[in-house]
Design a protein around this ligand. Structure first.
Ligand code: RUB
Length: 333
C-alpha cells in the first residue's frame, strides 16, 4: 500500500500499461478492470460509501492516465463506475461488491467477446486464404487461428510493426498455434499485397463515423489493400467504440519517445534532427470493408448503432446535455 492508499499491485498494473508490458486494447481494458477489483478488495480507508467512491474515482483517473488512445481503457473503467453509480449502494459492502461484480463481469464478457468474434470472422475467410495482419491484436490472432483450424488459412503475412515490433509477438503466437507465418518489414506490405486475400486487424478505438484507430501503419496497409481490391476486416469488441466521438471529440493519438526509433546516443549526436513517433493512426471508414464485433458484422458506417446499443450510459449523459469529456468525478461523488 502506498502513502496515497493505492495498493502497490494497482500501481504495478498502471505502470505495466504505461510501459507497454501490458499492451493491446483488450488486455489493457481487462487489466484496468482487474486493477479496480484489486483496489476494492485492498481498500483500507473509512468504510463509508462516499469515501470509497472518492477513492475508487482516484484509482480510475490513475488508470485512465496511463495511455491515451485505446478507448477500451476508459470504457472498461466507466462501465464499472457507472454501474456503481446506478446501483446507488447504501453501504460500503454493497458498493465494494458492486465494483467486484462488474469488474469480473467485464473481464468475462470481454474474453467471451473475443471468442464470438473469432468464430464469426473465421466464417468470412475463404478456403486457402493468404492473410495479412499488422501489429499484435489478440482478437486478430484468435480469429486467424480459428480460421486456420477450419482449414482456411494458407499463410499469414505479419508485419514486424516498427518501432516496438509487436509483429514478432503475432508471428510467435501464430506459429505456436500451428499457423504458417511470414514476417515482413512494414515497408513490404504493398509488395506482397497482390498475394493477399484478406487483411485482418484489430482496433484501439472505433469512432462514431466508423473510422478505425489502430497501430501506426494500419492506414497504409488499408490503402495498399484498397488499391489491390483486398478486403479489410477489423475485429473489435464493442467496448472499443468511442462514445465521446459522437459529440465531436477527436481520438487522442499517443506520441512515444524518440528513443523507440533511434538510440539515445544517436539523438545526442544529432541534436537538431527531430524524431516523430506517433503510435497510432486513423483509417477512414471507406478503407474498411467490415467491422466484426461480438454483436454482429457491421459496415463501419453503422458504428453509431453499436454505440446506441452498447454505450447507453454515455448517451444518457449526452442527452442530459453538455458532455464534452466523460469525467470520473461525476461518478465519484
Ligand atoms: C496494439 C494495437 C492493436 C489493438 C488491438 O497497440 O494497435 O492492434 O490494440 O489489440 P499497442 P487487441 O501495442 O501500442 O498497445 O485485439 O489485442 O485488443
Amino acid at each position: 500500500m502506498t502513502e496515497q492508499g493505492v495498493p502497490t499491485k494497482v500501481l504495478e498494473i498502471a505502470e505495466g500499461i504505461k510501459t507497454m508490458r501490458i499492451r493491446g486494447a483488450g488486455k489493457i481494458a481487462r487489466a484496468a478492470a482487474e486493477a479496480l477489483k484489486i483496489a476494492t478488495l485492498e481498500y483500507g480507508g473509512p468504510k463509508d460509501v462516499s469515501s470509497f467512491k472518492k477513492y475508487i474515482g482516484k484509482v480510475a483517473d490513475l488508470l485512465i492516465s496511463t495511455r491515451p488512445t485505446a478507448v477500451s481503457l476508459p470504457n472498461a473503467v466507466m462501465y464499472i463506475l457507472s454501474s456503481l453509480h446506478r446501483a446507488n449502494p447504501g453501504t460500503f459492502d454493497d458498493a465494494a461488491n458492486t465494483v467486484v461484480f462488474f469488474a469480473e463481469k467485464f473481464i468475462d464478457e470481454s474474453i467471451n467477446a473475443v471468442k464470438i468474434i473469432s468464430e464469426t470472422a473465421a466464417k468470412r475467410i475463404r478456403e486457402n486464404s493468404v492473410i495479412l495482419t499488422h501489429c499484435h491484436s489478440s482478437v486478430a490472432v484468435s480469429a486467424i487461428t480459428e480460421a486456420y483450424k477450419l482449414g482456411r488459412v494458407l499463410k499469414v503475412y505479419s508485419t514486424e510493426t516498427r518501432p516496438f515490433y509487436q509483429g514478432r509477438i503475432t508471428a510467435k503466437q501464430l506459429l505456436e498455434n500451428g499457423v504458417p507465418v511470414v514476417q515482413i518489414p512494414d515497408s513490404a506490405v504493398r509488395y506482397v499485397m497482390h498475394e493477399v486475400d484478406h487483411v485482418i486487424i484489430g482496433a484501439d478505438t472505433v469512432a462514431s463515423n466508423g473510422a478505425v484507430v489502430n497501430k501506426i501503419g494500419t492506414s497504409q496497409v488499408a490503402l495498399a489493400a484498397k488499391e489491390a481490391r483486398v478486403r479489410v476486416y477489423v475485429v473489435a469488441e464493442t467496448y472499443k467504440f468511442s462514445p465521446t466521438t459522437l459529440v465531436g471529440e477527436p481520438v487522442p493519438i499517443e506520441f512515444r519517445e524518440p528513443t523507440e526509433i533511434v538510440p539515445e546516443a544517436w539523438v545526442q549526436k544529432h541534436p537538431r534532427i527531430k524524431v516523430l513517433n506517433p503510435s497510432f493512426d486513423v483509417t477512414p471508414p471507406e478503407y474498411v470493408d467490415a467491422i466484426i464485433t461480438e454483436i454482429g458484422v457491421i459496415p463501419p458506417q453503422a458504428a453509431i448503432l453499436v454505440l446506441m446499443e452498447r454505450m447507453g450510459w454515455a448517451l444518457d449523459k449526452i442527452k442530459q446535455g453538455g458532455l464534452t469529456k466523460i469525467k470520473f468525478e461525476d461518478y465519484a461523488e
